[in-house]
Design a protein around this ligand. Structure first.
Ligand SMILES: [Zn+2]
Length: 483
């Protein structure tokens, strides 16, 4: 017996040794040596002034259609032409559905694939009733406290200005890229991209042009947003989640509610909803989420490194801990969100049908068909019809072992030293879900944002620091210089 405990003891010490050994070695990955990169020093005041002016054009995407017949969009396009005249003089302009601008910078060799930089210049409206909560009027373009304030400052006119200023500045130095560079400024991202990115993607197909990669919005350098990490996290997102709405329609006996049957359409539906809640779609720490949490954990304290360094043992535990957080759950699986319910139209009438609307956000591991099959099997009730509503598949996952991703990582390291760089997954929808059909679509705005800044996103007091505008311009310029 003593011998047994001795053996168990030795094994435990050995196991602990392995766990600790792995954890000690689990430190930030030594990246390839940093390519020497000389960053430009752009004129911060000029950039701030450009963004400030861009914000004053109320290029709002209204769900109900455009009331001023795109006058503000046309005015902004004219402003671009006057502000960056050399760009329009030297690059070839193609208009896609009038308001999306595609600029082609012809490469000197152009033997390889071109690349595509993209940003949208439409903005969401100011939420009704919140006008007074803005410390600076949303379309004044105020510059104050080292920030430029207003709707579009973050989403996404800062990228428009950063890209245009970069091209303009490089043209002035006489730079010509080797490969073609396309810069797209789209106009309906906030409405679903039908006339912009969708048509643009089709244009590339029609011309038989396949960009090597595209870079557009969809993530930032996150500062203080992930608890327990004091470094910034540059999440260069390689895919985005899809979207699916399903209607569950339960059938029952209608009639007066004074003598109800044991089950009505409502109770049948309620049972189905509980079954769905108890059967979340499969998912866990794998693929993008494993890489992302792993890259971050390498920079965390010893206890977390101990867990992530030993996924062979702790993966189930970590998956279930992350599952309990809203963001972890969304990163690891297709989410299920019941959003609307309806039954009978009167309090004393039994419903002949009861309907629930369920919104799913599809993880790249699932297709729309997978989700429909999963839901049908989970409910397993013939009294319920499952009807498809709107849907988009999750995007293909862009490569991380190609030149494009390496250039993005290298340029991020040059502009943001001492930052964790990792591939990630965009939870919301962007123009890139269409670019992803023809190229490796990366989603990353090279700007730092914290929790306060996040509130401005489609919210109030949207702003961006002038420092960020400078960094973004350094980033875009350095990246263009590598083409
Ligand atoms: Zn946006």
């Amino acid at each position: 017996m003593l011998r047994f405990f001795k053996i168990v003891g030795i094994l435990l010490v050995g196991l602990l040794g392995i766990l600790i050994f792995n954890a000690v070695r689990y430190t930030p990955v030594e990246n390839a040596p940093l390519k020497p990169m000389t960053l430009i020093q752009p004129d911060a005041n000029a950039l701030a002034a450009q963004l400030s002016e861009a914000i004053t054009f109320q290029t709002i995407s209204w769900e109900s259609g455009n009331p001023d017949d795109y006058a503000s969009f046309i005015a902004l396009q004219q402003w671009l032409e006057t502000t960056y005249p050399n760009v329009f003089a030297q690059l070839e302009l193609t208009r896609i559905n009038t308001h999306t601008l595609l600029l082609r910078w012809q490469g000197s060799e152009a033997t390889g694939q071109p690349v595509l930089f993209s940003a949208h210049y439409d903005v969401v409206p100011v939420n009704p009733g919140t006008e007074n909560e803005w410390t600076h009027s949303p379309f004044a373009g105020d510059i104050a406290d080292n920030y430029v304030w207003g709707r579009g400052a973050l989403d996404d006119k800062s990228a428009v200005v950063g890209l245009m200023a970069s091209v303009s500045g490089l043209l002035k130095t006489g730079f010509t890229p080797k490969q073609d560079i396309y810069v797209a400024l789209t106009h309906d991202e906030e409405l679903g991209s039908e006339d912009g990115a969708v048509a643009l993607t089709q244009w590339f197909r029609d011309q038989s042009i396949t960009p090597a990669w595209s870079l557009d919005e969809g993530s930032f350098v996150l500062d203080g947003i992930v608890p327990g990490v004091d470094k910034g996290i540059a999440s260069i997102n390689v895919s985005e989640k899809g979207y699916l709405t399903l209607k569950l329609i339960a059938h029952g006996e209608g009639g007066h509610s004074s003598m109800p049957p044991e089950n009505t359409a409502v109770t049948v539906l309620a049972e189905a909803l509980v079954k769905l809640k108890d059967a979340p779609l499969p998912g866990g720490l794998e693929g993008i989420s494993e890489k992302m949490y792993g890259d971050i954990a390498r920079n965390m304290d010893f206890s977390k490194r101990l867990l992530f360094a030993n996924l062979w043992l702790f993966k189930p535990l970590l998956s279930s801990v992350l599952d309990d957080t809203k963001s972890g759950n969304a990163m690891m699986r297709t989410t299920t969100a019941p959003t609307m319910l309806s039954g009978s139209v009167k309090s004393n009438v039994l419903p002949a049908t009861a309907t629930a609307t369920i919104n799913f956000r599809l993880h790249p591991r699932d297709t729309v068909e997978d989700v429909v099959n999963w839901v049908t099997a989970a409910i397993d009730d013939e009294r319920i019809d499952v009807k498809m509503g709107e849907f988009t598949e999750a995007s293909p996952v862009a490569a991380t072992d190609n030149d494009g991703f390496t250039q993005l990582v290298q340029t991020t390291r040059a502009v943001y030293p001492n930052t964790i760089i990792t591939p990630g997954l965009t939870i919301a929808a962007t123009d890139s879900r269409f670019y992803g059909d023809i190229t490796n679509a990366y989603r990353f705005n090279p700007m730092v944002i914290n929790n306060d800044d996040l509130e401005g996103f489609h919210g109030t007091n949207e702003r961006i620091s002038i420092e960020n505008l400078v960094r973004a311009t350094q980033f875009y310029t350095a990246l263009m210089q590598q083409q």
